[in-house]
Design a protein around this ligand. Sequence first.
Ligand SMILES: Nc1nc2c(c(=O)[nH]1)N[C@H]1C(S)=C(S)[C@@H](COP(=O)(O)OP(=O)(O)OC[C@H]3O[C@@H](n4cnc5c(=O)[nH]c(N)nc54)[C@H](O)[C@@H]3O)O[C@H]1N2
Ligand SMILES: Nc1nc2c(c(=O)[nH]1)N[C@H]1C(S)=C(S)[C@@H](COP(=O)(O)OP(=O)(O)OC[C@H]3O[C@@H](n4cnc5c(=O)[nH]c(N)nc54)[C@H](O)[C@@H]3O)O[C@H]1N2
Ligand code: SF4
Ligand SMILES: [Mo]
Length: 764
Amino acid sequence: MPAVPYTCPLCEATCGLSVVVDEFDTVLEIRGDPDDVFSQGFICPKGVAVKGLHEDPDRLHTPMVRRDGRLVEASWGEAFAEIERRLPPILNAYGPDAVAVFSGIASTHALGPLLYTDALLAAIGTRNVFSAASLNQRPKQAASSLMFGNPFTVAVPDVDRTRFILMLGANPIVSNGSMLTAPDMRSRLRALRRRGGRIVVVDPRRSVSAEGADEHLRIRPGTDALLLLAMAHVLFKEGLVDLGRLDAFTDGVDEIERVAAEFTPERVAPITEIDPGTVRRVVQDLVAAGAGVVYGRMGTSTSRFATVTSWLVDVLNILTGNLDRPGGAMFPLPANAGLPNAVRPGERRPFPLGRWRSRVRGLPEICGELPTACLAEEIDTPGEGQVRALLTIAGNPARSVPNSGRLQDALESLELLVCVDTYLNETAALADVVLPVPSPLERPHYDLLLYNYACRNVANYSPPVLPLPLGMYHEWETLGRLAIIASGGRADDDVAYWDDGVAAAMAAREGVDLGELPYGRRGPERLLDVLLHAGPYGLSLADLEKSPHGLDLGPLEPRLPGALRTSDGRIALAPPALLAEVERVRESLSDDPPRAGDLVLVGRRHLRSNNSWMHNLSAMVAGARRCTLHVNGEDAARFGLRDGARARVTSRVGELIAVVEITDEVIPGVVSLPHGWGHDQPGARLRVAAERPGVNVNLLVDDAIVDSLTGTAVLNGVPVRLAPHFGAPSLDEGPLPDRRRVPDRRPPPGTPGTGTGADSFGPA
Ligand SMILES: Nc1nc2c(c(=O)[nH]1)N[C@H]1C(S)=C(S)[C@@H](COP(=O)(O)OP(=O)(O)OC[C@H]3O[C@@H](n4cnc5c(=O)[nH]c(N)nc54)[C@H](O)[C@@H]3O)O[C@H]1N2
Ligand SMILES: Nc1nc2c(c(=O)[nH]1)N[C@H]1C(S)=C(S)[C@@H](COP(=O)(O)OP(=O)(O)OC[C@H]3O[C@@H](n4cnc5c(=O)[nH]c(N)nc54)[C@H](O)[C@@H]3O)O[C@H]1N2
Ligand code: SF4
Ligand SMILES: [Mo]
C-alpha cells in the first residue's frame, strides 16, 4: 500500500506522518515519515492517534441545530438557514460588537481558519475578537513588538547549534516545543549535551524536561521576572555584558543597567527562593558557553508580570550578544509572506497597543483582539455593546478560559452560539448551531504560523490524504458562508465568488498577480500560493508539491538589523511601557514572603493530551489517571490529605473536588492540575472522554488576575486553598500512577558537558 506523507497538525512540532491508506480510503496505519526533511521519522503517540481521530465515531459529520432545547442533526441548508434567521437581526439591532468571535488554538493548525478568519471578522465588523493567543503567547508577541517592531519577529532558540540553554516555564519534552517548532526535542536536547552543552530548567515542578536537565532551579511561581532582573544585574556587575554586533543598532543598555542595579541576587532570593550563588554561576555558565540562549514559555507568559518576563528573556539574550547569532536566539525566515497581523517588509511604525479597550474592564486591544479573560464579563454585563452572540472556531472556551463557572453561565445566556468544530465539545454542547469540519486527513496542510517559530527554515505542503467526503464542506467554505450571511447575503450565495474577492484582496496586498498563478486553484491553496510567491524565497505551491517530504531551506541565518520594524529601525532594549512595568515588579519585592500553608496552583501538560481534546480516543486516555492534583508531602500532611483520597480545592472564583496525588514533583506551597478536563458536560458527545471526565481546572483560575500590559490570563500561580473532602466516591478515574521514580542520571551540578546523552530524559 502506498504511504502518503502528511504533516501532523496537532501540535507545534510539525512532524511528517506517513499515512498508509488502502484503495477504499481506509487508513491502515500512521507512522513517522523517515524522509521528512525536518522530523526525519520522529512521531509522538498523538501523531499515531490521527487515525483514531479520523475514525472516531463521535466526530461530527453533519451540522446540528437546537430544536425544542435539544441539538439534533440537520442538513447544511437547515443549519445555515437557522444562522441566517438569527444572526443578521442581532447585527442590525445591536451593531457588530454584539457578535463576538473566539478562535481556538486548533485554528492555528488548519489553513481554512488561518487564512479565512480575517475576512470573516471583517464581514462581521466586530471589535469583540478573542482567541487562545491571550491565554498563551501574547506577552511574548507584545515584548517582541515593543523591542523589534513586529509581533511575529520572535526569537527562537537555535537548539541544534547552541551550547547552553536556560529554559524557564517550558516543558518541551512533553509539549514538543512551543514558540519553538523543533520536532523531536528529546533528540535535539540529547545532541546538545553530547556536544558538551548544558541545559538548565527553571520550573516550580520537576517536569520531565527538568528531570533530564543538568540543573533544575525550583522557582516560586510568578517570580521569574525577579530572577531575570537579578541575572541582568550580575551581567553588569561582573562586566560580562557584551552585545557584539548588536551594539551598533541597540538602544537602552544604560537604562537596563540602571533598572537592574537594585535587583541583586540576594535581594530577590527570598521571593524567588533561588540561591544567589546559583544565579551567579548560571549567568557565568551562560556567558562561558559562547553560544547560549535563554528561552521562556507558558510558565513565563501566563504568569504575573508575563510581558516583563518575556521581554527580560530577550534582554538577557541581547546583553550576552546571543540574539541573532548561531547557537543563540534567532529569527526564522519562513517561505511564506507574513500573516495580515505581521508588519510588512519595509514598514516601520511604533507598535499599536490598546487601539481600543474592552467595554467592561477596559483591557487593551492587542493584535486586533481583546483579552479572552474578559469574554465572560462582555457577555454577562448588560449595557450598550454587550455581546449577544458568539461564534467559536476550533476552540473550547467552556474548558479553556479562566473562571469557567461564570463563562458557562454567560454562554448559556447568549442569544446565539454557533460553534465550528470537529466534535460536539463542552462548548458546542451549549450551542444553537454546530458546524462540522473535515478530518485533518481530508484537508490540505501547511504550517503558515509555526514556520515563524521553527528552529530551521523549512516549508512543507501536504495535499489532503483523503478526498472530502460527500456532504462535508471545507472549513473555508463554511467560514465563507458565515461571512456572506454576516454581510447581509444569503447562505447559498456563491462562495467561490466570495473566495475570489478574498484572493484578489490578498494578492493586491502582497503585490502578486493572480493571473500568474496556475488556473483552477482556489480556497486556501490559492491564498497559500499567493503568500509563497510573495515570500522571501520566491517559491510557489507547485515547488512545494514537487517536494512532498518538505523543502529544507537551511539553518537559521542572522537577520538583524534588516528584520527590525521599529520606527527607527533599531532594537528598543528598554521600551518605556516595559520600564513602567518594572516598577510593579519592584513593588513585588515587598510582598510578604509566602507563609507555610499558602498555596498557588500551576498547570501541567501530558504527552497524550492536547489541551481539551484528544481525550476521546482510548489510546490517549488509557492507563493511569491523569487529572490528579499534585500536592507535596509536606502540604498533604499539613492539610490532612492522603494519596488517592479527594481534596476540595477552592479559589476566589470557584471550587472543585480533585483526586490527590502526593509527589515531590511539586515544591511545598505549589499544587498542580492539568487543564482541558471536566468532560462531564451534559449534551456533549465525547463518550470515551466522559468515562473518565476529570475536573475542569479553569473553575479555579481567576479571570480578574491578568498580565497588566496585555491582559493575558494568569493561568499559573493562582492562589488556592485545600481541604480534605469526604463524600461519595467520584467516578473511577483509573489507577493512580505508578510512583516509581525515573533514575536520576544527572551529573553533579557544575560538571560541564558530562551528560551521558543517551538516557538523560526520562519517559514523558
Ligand atoms: N488553566 C489553564 N487553561 C488553559 C491553559 C493552561 O495551561 N491552563 N492553556 C491555554 C492554552 S496555551 C491554549 S492554546 C488554550 C487551548 O484551548 P482552546 O483554544 O479552547 O483549544 P482546545 O481546547 O485545544 O480545543 C480545540 C478544539 O478545536 C477542535 N478542532 C480540532 N481541529 C479542528 C479544525 O481543523 N477545525 C475546527 N473548526 N475545529 C477543530 C477540537 O475538536 C477542539 O474542540 O487553552 C488555554 N487554557
Ligand atoms: N502533549 C501536549 N502537547 C502540547 C499541548 C498539550 O496540551 N499536550 N498543548 C500545546 C499548547 S496549546 C501549548 S501553548 C504548548 C505549551 O508548551 P510548554 O510551555 O512547553 O508547556 P507547559 O506544559 O505549559 O509548560 C509550562 C511549565 O511552566 C511551569 N510553570 C508554571 N508556573 C511557572 C512559573 O511561574 N515560572 C516558571 N519558570 N515555570 C512555571 C509548569 O510547571 C510547566 O512545567 O504545548 C503544546 N503542546
Ligand atoms: S509531536 Fe506534535 S506534530 Fe509531532 S506527531 Fe506528536 S502531535 Fe504530531
Ligand atoms: Mo497554547
